[in-house]
Design a protein around this ligand. Structure first.
Ligand code: UD1
Ligand code: CA
Length: 459
């Protein structure tokens, strides 16, 4: 079954008190809108139209290149008016239109797929997704006849005291025949408390035109939570986080304290990996099996192999780490760091845009930037690759099995050959040939009988 999709995302989100358009607020590192788009991603779509208004250029910029079309709603005259703004972009389309509010990021693919199938089976011109909430305040209520047929949707602000007691609410998801939709929208009027063109009023219109309306009630009431305030944003984030953590645990990952573990939806983690509290694992990350991660780590857009140990307080961004590596505590691995298998990155080490070869060690207090480090290399404590001369960055090459003495300054561009050694405290400015020792420091002098002068007494 093919549908056209309209996502409503033009509202300012007044209750957020924000400069940012509501639908761009981030949940676990991704915009609210991206979750809604995901929910419709399994459908066969004719076209997906996002209706933008507030912060329209920002919204478009974020969604650029995703094959979407954008309709512009200059003035926010209501959800019904917003849908009408998408009409031009669907002028030569006939069939069902799926409409989703852009501020319901918990809605799942399965629910959307099931809803559209049930719409098709019902042969109605209009289906609307509903659910029952313990706290329905703020939502449009589904008003039904004594026979149980849907009559209309009443917005909270327009509802009578009796209607406010209804606990079945409108989820903000609709499937509707295009010809009926455009006709119904043209017949909307803003005779309500908010003086807006309400999309749910098409229910009323359908019934008055003698059409069947199919209200599909979902049991998954936690999927319909709309985000209107920052508190709701936080509540939705917690739900999405739990959803992800539960999926990982079901798949064989140990999470010591799910309530303090922040893992974004696209992260992949292998079995028997243990995640300690306060781990942030974000974006496009994959972590293999049998790893120990944390506590208190930040890992973003990185690939981590199997049996890797990431200790306390590491910060890892756009890095790639192979099997059996240990990192930290307190290590900072910056973009384009590649650590090969069985290497060790120790405490207070910063690495940027560098390769660390198989089995090599950078155990303590070093900066390695723009470097290529071979296999079996040992880098002594306090070593620095001096990669920047104030104008440009230069490369350091350290070949296999070299031994870099503690506190070596490697002034790039420079190369330390295979098996070569540098003496502790040396400032290396020239290439060190294979197998040789480079020492750069003044000779130690001993001054016999020298002692510090005793302090003069004040008296
Ligand atoms: C809406 C529904 C309500 C439902 C609830 C579910 C209406 C009138 N009411 O209420 O029945 O229970 O969603 O969450 O539809 N938008 C536009 N242009 C506008 C107005 C809104 O694009 O002129 C967009 C918003 O950006 C938002 C969505 O439509 O993504 C819903 O708007 P919102 O103002 O949040 O509606 P609710 O009051 O939550
Ligand atoms: Ca809303």
């Amino acid at each position: 079954m093919q549908v056209a999709v309209i996502i409503l995302a033009a509202g300012k989100g007044k209750r957020m008190h924000s400069e940012l358009p509501k639908v761009l607020h981030r949940i676990l590192g991704r915009s609210m809108l991206s979750y809604v788009l995901d929910a419709a991603s399994e459908l066969k779509t004719f076209r997906t139209v996002v209706v933008t208004g507030h912060g329209s250029s920002q919204v478009k910029e974020q969604l650029n290149g995703k094959g979407l079309r954008f309709a512009y709603q200059g003035e926010q005259l209501g959800t019904g008016h917003a849908v009408l703004c998408a009409r031009k972009l669907l002028a030569n389309y006939q069939g069902d239109v799926l409409i989703i509010n852009g501020d319901t990021p918990l809605i799942c693919k399965e629910t959307i797929n099931d809803f559209t199938t049930r719409h098709k089976d019902s042969k109605s011109v209009l289906s609307i997704l509903s659910t029952v909430l313990d706290e329905p305040e703020g939502y449009g209520r589904i008003s039904r006849s004594s026979r149980g047929d849907i009559k209309k949707v009443v917005e909270e602000k327009d509802a009578t005291a009796k209607e406010k007691q209804i606990s079945e609410i409108n989820a903000g998801v609709y499937c509707v025949d295009s010809a009926f939709l455009w006709n119904a929208l043209e017949n909307l009027n803003p005779n309500n408390v908010q003086h807006e063109y309400y999309l749910p009023d098409i229910v009323d219109f359908a019934i008055n035109s003698g059409e069947n309306v199919n209200a599909v009630m979902t049991r998954h009431s936690d999927e319909v939570l709309g985000v209107n305030t920052r508190a709701e944003l936080a509540a939705v984030e917690t739900k999405l986080r739990n959803r992800k953590n539960n999926r990982l645990m079901d798949g064989g990952v140990t999470i010591i304290d799910p309530s303090s573990t922040y893992i974004t939806p696209d992260v992949r983690i292998g079995v028997d990996t243990v995640i300690y509290p306060n781990a942030h694992i974000l974006g496009d990350c994959s972590i293999g099996w049998g790893c120990e991660i944390g506590p208190s780590v930040w890992i973003e857009d990185s690939v981590i192999g199997h049996n890797v140990l990431i200790r306390f307080n590491c910060h890892i961004v756009k890095a790639s780490i192979s099997n059996y590596v240990s990192v930290g505590p307190f290590a900072n691995l910056r973009p384009e760091t590649v650590v090969h298998s069985k290497a060790k990155i120790g405490s207070f080490v910063e690495i940027k845009k560098s390769n660390i070869g198989h089995g090599s060690k950078v155990p303590h207090l070093s900066y390695v930037g723009d470097a290529s480090v071979g296999e079996g290399v040992n880098i002594g404590a306090g070593t620095i690759t001096c990669n920047y001369d104030g104008f440009s960055k230069h490369k350091t090459v350290i070949d296999d099995n070299a031994f870099i003495g503690s506190d070596t300054m490697l002034v790039a561009p420079v190369r330390v050959g295979k098996g070569a050694t540098t003496g502790a405290g040396s400032t290396i400015t020239k290439d060190v040939p294979e197998g040789s020792l480079a020492v750069e420091r003044s000779k130690q002098v001993e001054i016999k009988g020298w002692s510090r002068k005793p302090k003069k007494s004040k008296a």
